[in-house]
Design a protein around this ligand. Structure first.
Ligand SMILES: C[S@@+](CC[C@H](N)C(=O)[O-])C[C@H]1O[C@@H](n2cnc3c(N)ncnc32)[C@H](O)[C@@H]1O
Length: 289
């Protein structure tokens, strides 16, 4: 039973809420144009490092004729995904040892995963399970342009909490998070090195500023940021339990909820705050040679 990522790195709600937005139908056309899959074909698609399953769910909506398998080694993510995203084969497995035969899939896809796995292992396994001529798609987050509304600014109490957490946090080093991150020039070269050609590199820009959306999406955006902060408190309490008390966690969560309740109120009262969250992601596509 491996729950390292969901417990210590990014919680279920952090990943599920943010990816539900990133892969919402608002952006379906952008992805569909880039992916250029034959939507009528019975494609076999593998998602590696699927987390709680939002991208797999979007692929199922956008390509109902495809059969989708999604793997992750975090058992809590897989259990959650099975419960929340239907008609997808979610499997608990390691990217370094994919439990599939050679030449099985038409497409392999991943989002913000390749930076955590040694490249010869990551691309070697993707290459092995792809059919000849199969397509690999690697998505990664590149930049965020962000500016906060005043009502979301951290209180002194929150600042002190995060500063203390930073002093003791060793999680990123301990679990090799982002150890194999590559820049926009390196990544295509690496993909070519491990047997992929006809590379295409594209960027997607998503403006996730709450003010510009109708209510359902705006609240999803605000509450996704809330979930991310609440999850970060939980991970801190679990990983640094010797330095934090439960009461500190309770106080933090109350302050966070207060801020986001206020942000929701401002939205509902139609007060434009112009707080901004623009995300740029890279979509790298290659063919197995
Ligand atoms: C940044 S998260 C991204 C999750 C998901 N793709 C998303 O966008 O929400 C990285 C994911 O890769 C998974 N992961 C990292 N190394 C892995 C490995 N060797 N085998 C399987 N999963 C792995 C983690 O458990 C985590 O779910």
């Amino acid at each position: 039973m491996n729950e390292i990522w969901s417990k210590y790195v990014q919680g279920i709600q952090t990943l599920y809420c943010s990816r539900k937005i990133q892969f919402s139908d608002y952006f379906a056309k952008q992805y569909q144009e880039l992916f250029a899959f034959d939507a009528d074909a019975p494609l076999k698609i593998l998602e590696s490092g699927c987390g709680p399953g939002a991208l797999a769910g979007a692929l199922h909506r956008w390509y109902p004729n495809a059969s989708i398998t999604a793997i992750d080694r975090d058992s809590a993510f897989i259990a959650f995904a099975k419960e929340h995203e239907k008609d997808i084969d979610f499997v608990e497995a390691d990217i370094a040892h994919l439990p599939f035969d050679d030449n099985t899939f038409d497409i392999t896809i991943s989002n913000t995963v390749s930076e955590h796995v040694e490249p010869s292992v990551f691309y070697g396994e993707q290459h092995r399970v792809l059919k000849s001529d199969g397509k690999i798609i690697v998505l990664s987050n590149r930049r965020t342009i962000a500016s906060q509304a005043d009502c979301l600014k951290e209180s002194d109490y929150e600042q002190a909490f995060w500063e203390k957490a930073k002093r003791f946090d060793q999680i990123e080093n301990q679990y090799h998070i982002g150890e194999y991150a590559q820049d926009e020039a390196q990544l295509p070269l690496t993909m070519a090195q491990y047997g992929f050609g006809q590379l295409q590199r594209n960027y997607l820009l998503h403006d996730l500023s709450a003010d510009i959306y109708p209510k359902e999406m705006a609240l999803a955006i605000i509450n996704s940021q809330r979930a991310c902060e609440l999850d970060a408190v939980d991970s801190t309490l679990v990983s640094l339990s010797e330095y934090f008390t439960e009461d500190e966690g309770i106080q933090m969560k109350a302050l966070i909820n207060q801020k986001y309740d206020q942000r929701v109120k401002e939205y509902e009262q139609k007060n434009q705050l112009w707080d901004t969250q623009v995300k740029i992601s890279m979509v790298l596509i290659g063919k197995k040679l």
